[in-house]
Design a protein around this ligand. Structure first.
Ligand code: AR6
Length: 164
């Protein structure tokens, strides 16, 4: 699997699936979640309600349509809220692992990821990058490209440095 990084907005990526950093309720929010629901349109929320009537557990992943985005699917994950005391790192790595499993179920080969939990949820950014790369480097998956989409130059540079 190739691990790549681009600077930009995840909602415009031409990939099979984009990953959303959602919350347990799965009914939208701020950050990347807000951007994905705006870009995808109401079909994304409708699918969330229909397929996940009780939301999703922290560390888990589940898919919906991507609505009007170029991608075909959104793979929603719920990262741990570091700011609220959810500091168990295995919950963060679980998000990446489960997202790749769901991608394999869908047959998605190219998948774009945000830095899960590294925004509103406050996970330290360098460790958020390290967690993503650990899972990607050891993953057993049919996904051919895991593309980290970094919002802003500092995040992009951090991922580039970590990729080596
Ligand atoms: N494209 C790529 N990356 C983005 C984008 C975008 N359009 N927008 C933000 N980021 P966050 P979290 C980056 O806060 O920390 C929501 O309210 C951002 O700079 O989106 O997991 C949810 O509903 C950061 O590096 O997600 C939850 O309640 C990374 O994406 C909560 O926030 C993740 O930041 C989840 O918080």
């Amino acid at each position: 699997m190739d691990i790549t990084v681009v600077e930009g907005d995840i909602t415009t990526q031409k990939v099979d699936a984009v990953v959303n950093a959602a919350n347990r309720g799965m009914r939208g929010g701020g950050g990347v979640d807000g951007a994905i629901h705006r870009a995808g349109g109401p079909a994304v929320l409708e699918d969330c309600v229909r397929r996940f009537p009780r939301g999703l557990a922290t560390g888990d992943a589940g898919w919906t349509t991507a609505g009007e985005m170029p991608a075909r699917w959104v793979i929603h994950v719920v990262g741990p809220n570091y700011n609220a005391g959810e500091t168990d790192r295995s919950l963060l790595t679980s998000c990446y692992r489960r997202a790749l499993e769901v991608a394999d179920e869908l047959g998605a080969r190219t998948v774009a990821f945000p830095l899960i939990s590294a925004g509103i949820y406050g996970w330290p950014k360098d460790d958020a990058v390290a967690a993503a790369l650990e899972v990607f480097r050891s993953a057993d998956t049919q996904v051919t490209e895991a593309r980290i989409v970094a919002l802003g130059r500092p995040s992009y540079d951090l991922v580039r440095r970590s990729l080596g």
